[in-house]
Design a protein around this ligand. Structure first.
Ligand code: ZN
Ligand code: ZN
Ligand code: ZN
Length: 111
């Protein structure tokens, strides 16, 4: 099948659409701080920023843990065991939960 002749109908609108999507991408990436929500949740174990929707969507990727004072502490579902340890330490010492900065997570076999 050779259809090499009928190519005069080049859609010029496609180029414009490409430009638009690029701009939209940029705008979407920088709008994180624009949300005026007071609730700014971070995982107590790894410090990752957790979106409130992560607690409710399926599958959930974050959950709240309760310390002995009854306070809620957010944690990624993958960090729960680490977060529990931090909460136990916090309950024992009475000090605020110490968030581990990224890169200093347990790197295996050192427990
Ligand atoms: Zn985490
Ligand atoms: Zn944050
Ligand atoms: Zn507490």
């Amino acid at each position: 099948m050779e259809t090499g002749h009928e190519c005069r109908a080049t859609p010029s609108s496609m180029k414009r659409e490409k430009r638009l999507t690029r701009r939209e991408r940029k705008a979407a990436g920088g709008s994180d701080a624009a949300t005026g929500n007071a609730a700014h949740i971070h995982c107590v174990a790894c410090g990752r920023h957790i979106d409130p929707s992560e607690f409710t969507r399926t599958p959930t990727s974050a959950r709240y843990l309760r310390c002995q004072h009854g306070s809620r502490h957010a944690s990624c579902t993958g960090c729960v065991s680490q977060a529990m340890e931090l909460l136990q330490e916090h309950d024992r010492t009475g000090e605020p939960v110490r968030m581990r900065p990224p890169g200093t997570e347990f790197s295996g076999g050192h427990l």
